[in-house]
Ligand binder design. Sequence first.
Ligand code: NAD
Ligand code: UDP
Length: 333
Amino acid sequence: MRHIDIADRLPSRASRTALVTGGAGFLGSHLCEALLKKKYNVICLDNFFTGDRSNVEGLLHGGKFEIVRHDVTVPIQIEANEIYNLACPASPLHYQASPVETTKTSVLGAINMLDLARRLGVRILQASTSEVYGDPAEHPQRESYWGNVNPIGSRACYDEGKRCAETLFFDYHRAHGVPIKVARIFNTYGPRMHPNDGRVVSTFIVQALTGQDLTIFGDGSQTRSLCYVDDLIRGLVSLMEADGGVTGPVNLGNPEEVSMIELAELVLSLTGSRSHIVRRPPAADDPRQRRPDISLADEVLDWRPTVPVKIGLGRTIDYFDALLSHRAPAVFP
Ligand code: NAD
Ligand code: UDP
């Protein structure tokens, strides 16, 4: 196999440029910030579908950060030494509202960014997802599990789009020697989540802080494993920096698993809110359980999460509290 990996022949990190697609979103904005701290030049490419310029504007002052408004479904020529491909709506509310655009973003976005990586001869990392496991029959989920996805359901635009993107990554790697990194990200939360994006952590916190009922979909026994954003970003950067032979897929997530009813109760206790918990109809094709087996990340990246859920939720509550009280949250300390 022809293997292109000129990463080690490129300039020192001080003058290296990272391209982050979806850089104005929740995870992307934290990644841009982390890379700037590591002395990279950073180009944030985003069409602002679910992200916002305000998430990254504070990074412009240092002169090493650029924002490019562009849709990844359209090819682009741009110079960079490594590419993080994060562009894609991640909240079920958002991607189900624009299902065709979501599949196109994952599939055409992967093709366009892989073509760019191939032309430039640089590493490219794909933000894949635990959703490739669907409603998993194996628990916890290891990377060897092939998943259980309904290909025609309302989540399929996201799940199958991401599965197809993984296929494209491995085919570009095998056929063209493109150096790839695939991270399967499990539910991640933290400051700069959109307050109205419908994801469970932001929704419960906003509901608790504003005295609204906390809405549990179904009976609340379904589980998720929640990773604090700083841990996740450290994992993504470690994967990009890992030896070229480490392609993944690698699970990145916090194995601390909670049911949605436990999460609602935890949010109520941490906020001191008097809101009530109410039941709503179950979401279609909602996975019953989700927890990563992270032994591979531990072994090949020496990575494991360090922020317990209670601590991470506390920081996220502080962020939303400041946001909702119109105090500027300290997102760019
Ligand atoms: P987000 O919605 O906050 O960010 C996605 C970003 O991509 C936004 O800034 C959006 O404007 C941009 N985008 C969407 N379509 C685009 C397009 N066609 N062209 C250019 N930009 C586009 O979501 P997030 O939570 O930050 O997720 C980032 C990535 O991580 C996504 O690929 C998502 O699938 C993946 N991921 C996230 C989680 C999580 O829990 N946050 C879990 C698994 C995977
Ligand atoms: N959920 C809920 N109430 C809400 C929002 C979500 O009970 O107001 C549930 C949802 O049904 C799912 C879990 O919380 O079981 C996580 O949902 P989220 O949208 O955050 O992420 P995903 O389903 O993609 O893991």
